[in-house]
Design a protein around this ligand. Structure first.
Ligand code: FES
Ligand code: FES
Length: 167
């Protein structure tokens, strides 16, 4: 039996050394927020934070994560969806199908923790997640909304309008 620190708790798991962290989170610990998309570190839908660093859990093995390293999944961001990034996502209706969105939220959270007022370039560099529904403009607007101090639908709509007319 091995241990991981997930969402503030020590959790036991049992898996071969090559087992991806994503499988342990989903199948042994019941944390199904992180999704399986590509399995090759491209799409980002499996993103969790490890000591604050956005990590693609489909290619990181569970065995490579030390019990002292702190894993945070979308379930650990807040107990009730009240994290500022989650609130902005809801207020701005960011998701379409939603499949990519937990990864997006985790990547955005890491970005905003590191850079509370990110530039467009910072957002471009950090948000490498793929969204097949094309929610990129609303993701950007939500990040800017959090940076501005809260979700404001009117302001965010303005940001979306500017982005669309520029493309
Ligand atoms: S499933 Fe991990 S990056 Fe796509
Ligand atoms: S919301 Fe559907 S893939 Fe991103």
């Amino acid at each position: 039996m091995a241990k991981l620190n997930v969402n503030g708790k020590a959790r036991d798991y049992q898996a071969d050394d090559g087992t991806p962290l994503l499988w342990v989170l989903r199948e042994q610990l019941g944390l199904t927020g992180a999704k399986y998309g590509c399995g090759i570190a491209q799409c980002g839908t499996c993103t969790v934070l490890i000591d604050g660093v956005p990590t693609r859990s489909c290619v990181r093995t569970a065995a490579s994560v030390k019990p002292t390293e702190k894993i945070v999944t979308i379930e650990g961001l807040s107990p009730d969806g009240s994290h500022p990034v989650q609130k902005a996502w809801v207020a701005l209706d960011v998701p379409q199908c939603g499949f990519c969105q937990t990864g997006m939220i985790m990547a955005a959270t890491a970005l905003l923790n590191a850079k509370p007022n990110p530039t467009d370039r910072d957002i471009d560099d950090a948000m490498t997640n793929i969204c097949r529904c094309g929610t990129y403009n609303r993701v950007r607007a939500a990040i800017k909304s959090v940076a501005a101090g809260g979700a404001n639908k009117t302001d965010a709509a303005g940001i979306i309008h500017v982005d669309r007319s520029a493309s």
